[in-house]
Design a protein around this ligand. Structure first.
Ligand code: ZN
Length: 91
């Protein structure tokens, strides 16, 4: 999976996350870093997001109603079975 360019500046709460992390938005949509313009602009917004560190290989392509995922970092209450269409196009 090609890695889109990172969009987070120095000091952004997500700037130190590994490049292969998957992000789960508060609306329960999964994103890849830099794949679209859906990302928190402030630290306060970022606390609402979760992420999946060390995703198993190919996980991004399997996410769906039959393969829901749960955040293992950040807001770990978040689960998702939907990928962001813009991020799908970017990967
Ligand atoms: Zn996205």
């Amino acid at each position: 999976m090609p890695t889109p360019p990172r969009v987070y500046g120095p000091g952004h709460p997500f700037a130190d996350l590994p490049d292969d992390v998957l992000l789960i938005s508060p609306s329960r949509m999964v994103h890849v870093p830099g794949g679209c313009d859906h990302y928190p602009r402030t630290a306060e917004q970022a606390t609402l997001w979760g992420w999946i560190s060390d995703p198993e290989p190919g996980l991004w392509n399997r996410i769906g109603p039959s393969h829901p995922v749960r955040a293992n970092g950040g807001n770990t209450d978040l689960t998702s079975e939907r990928r962001c269409a813009t991020c799908v196009s970017a990967t």
